[in-house]
Write a protein that binds this ligand. Structure first.
Ligand SMILES: C[S@@+](CC[C@H](N)C(=O)[O-])C[C@H]1O[C@@H](n2cnc3c(N)ncnc32)[C@H](O)[C@@H]1O
Length: 205
């Protein structure tokens, strides 16, 4: 299948992704965020959905000592190439090129789904939430996260051109409500300038 306009866009910017300017404290904020999403009561594989060049990977590896493993997943092959070329984590990390809206995994495959910096780019956000919950083990956790509040990120996407122009991140409360409708439990949602986090667990029953 030919790549979609968005896939082509992310493939094109992949070699430049790590050079784009970001606030100086991004690394420490990513570490703090990862601490908030990794207190998962079950053990198993972690899915880093829309992983890009692997910004979460060092913190995920640090927080989840052996033997837990991480699947770096993105639909842009060139993002995965840059990510894999760093060689971070080696034997504990695998890479998969797939669309999060149709995940090629069995039910209950993961203990944690981390969806960082991805959600506004999805055409079928409801379908993706359903997929995230489906692939979670009972008791597993999905986290939708950004280092911006929704109004900040939406203002940014309103000002760019190309395939991601106007991409929309719903308010955290709205995503929490949708996760609840889909059967998510223990739902927590918060957003403030510089942080957006919604997390939900898959019911144990
Ligand atoms: C804004 S970038 C964020 C990358 C990384 N999470 C970060 O924060 O640096 C969004 C990423 O999601 C990927 N992506 C977008 N839509 C996707 C989809 N439907 N399935 C899988 N990956 C997708 C893009 O290729 C890109 O790498």
């Amino acid at each position: 299948m030919p790549p979609s306009a968005k896939q082509a866009y992310f493939n094109q910017i992949a070699p430049l992704w790590d050079t784009f300017p970001s606030p100086e404290d991004t690394e420490s904020r990513v570490r703090r965020l990862v601490q908030q999403i990794t207190d998962v009561p079950v053990a198993g594989w972690i899915l880093d959905a829309g992983c890009g060049t692997g910004i979460l990977l060092p913190a995920l590896l640090e927080r989840h000592p052996c033997p837990s493993r991480i699947l770096e997943l993105d639909f842009a092959l060139d993002m995965l190439r840059v990510n894999a070329s760093k060689g971070i984590g080696r034997r504990r990390v695998r890479y998969a090129c797939a669309d999060v809206q149709r995940l090629p995994f069995r039910d209950a495959s993961f203990a944690l789904v981390a969806c960082f910096g991805l959600f506004p780019h999805l055409a079928d956000q409801q379908g993706a939430l359903r997929e995230f919950l489906r692939v979670l083990q009972p008791g597993g956790v999905v986290a939708i996260a950004h280092l911006m509040a929704s109004h900040e990120l939406n203002a940014f996407h309103a000002g760019v051109n190309g395939p991601v122009a106007g991409d929309y991140l719903p308010p955290a409360d709205e995503v929490a409500r949708r996760l609840a409708e889909l059967g998510g439990t223990d739902i927590r949602a918060s957003e403030s300038p510089g942080l957006y986090l919604v997390r939900a667990a898959r019911s144990r029953s």
